[in-house]
Design a protein around this ligand. Sequence first.
Ligand code: ATP
Length: 453
Amino acid sequence: MSSDSARALLIVEDDLALQKQIKWSVDKFESVTANDRDSAMVQLRRHSPAVVTMDLGLPPDQDGVTEGFKLLEQILTVEPDTKVIVLTGQNDQANALRAVALGAYDFFAKPFEPELLNLTIERAFRMFELQKENRRLQSMYQPDALAGLVTRDPEMLRVCRTIEKVANTTATVMLLGESGTGKEVLARGLHQTSSRKNEKFVAINCAAIPENLLESELFGYEKGAFTGAAKTTLGKIELANGGTLMLDEIGDLPFSLQAKLLRFIQERTIERVGGRQEIPVDVRIVCATHQDLKALSKESRFREDLYYRLAEIVINIPPLRSRKGDAALLAYSFVRRFAREQNRGSLNLSEESVRAIERHPWPGNIRELENCIKRAVIMADSNQILPEDVGLESPDLEIGDSSLDLRAVRDNAEKNAIISALGRVNGNIVKAAELLGVSRPTLYDLMYRLGLK
Ligand SMILES: Nc1ncnc2c1ncn2[C@@H]1O[C@H](COP(=O)(O)OP(=O)(O)OP(=O)(O)O)[C@@H](O)[C@H]1O
């Protein structure tokens, strides 16, 4: 445990002899004890333990599980980040799975193996610390204007610092990055950090508007300028007057309009379509593209003089796959956001999901990850988001460290046995359950948990 994790382990066990035995066998952790639901909740409030081990059979229902499940729900409502390890009877896998589905961190069958229990508790503490660290980092690095931006990647943090530095200059900023890397978020951040923050931020996507409409969208038009121009209408440039104009996908600006934009940047005046008056406009320009504008200008598809006008400050935004640690950090933050929006209470990513997220290359960058987590929050049947909810393959067992991870070894062995059994009986669940010596519902639960369904 790290020094900051002086947070206790809470052991909830009504059998006092067993309680002592557990406490003794996990004596490297600082522990407190409770023997029923009420005393457990008192201890929870008093010590805010990071990890709880609890028996499901608590008084007055020692032989059942009602008190145990009530306690589990209460703990996760009051302290959703607590890692709860449920101790179950030997053949009580159905309740163990139900507990995990409700948000328990792990389960453990009694009689327990002290070494394994120690290992599981240690992992739970580590997970707790990791999540806490993620939240700390998230709150640390955010200047107010870039508050919605989640990152701990050194390159992205440099990008944020550059944005802050240039915000109050008049320099035109060019944001280069793949789709979904947060170009608009950064452009808005720049606007918010600048002295123009109380004026408008107007964005226009040059790729999304047909060429014949783009000119009037940008520059506006006078009444009667063309058929259907019933009244004088301001364009985006004029609408942004005093504020910031974001020209998104600038690489798609038609050649014919590039000259007109260049003129505006040089003269700082516009002429509406069908108009003859020069109208002065004061806007800060930020442009963005995923294209290589220099290459486009070599091919004479983008005016070189315009490029140099727009590229006073060029900021390269790294793709998500090269931001260290950001995929998981963003995923945690999106889970919290969408769980709140969808009233899903305490919802957590399973360890497998986190690993799968870390390994995925995210070609659609943060937008793809955001959509993926939104879907997962809707799809998750339990309080744990599994790799299949995220739509990602469960990562295979790693050679090395995690081959020593007994839970993963056990999961993998169970998965292989189930796949073999199902293969042998041609997919017949009843027969496979018989072959494996478990009930049909247990097999279904197992298949679900192991991502075989
Ligand atoms: N660092 C970040 N932290 C939190 N959310 C982010 C971050 N970066 C991007 N997002 C979110 O990801 C989505 C995509 O971001 P944005 O629209 O800014 O990307 P873009 O690069 O402008 O994409 P495109 O080139 O396709 O227009 C948005 O919903 C945005 O809120």
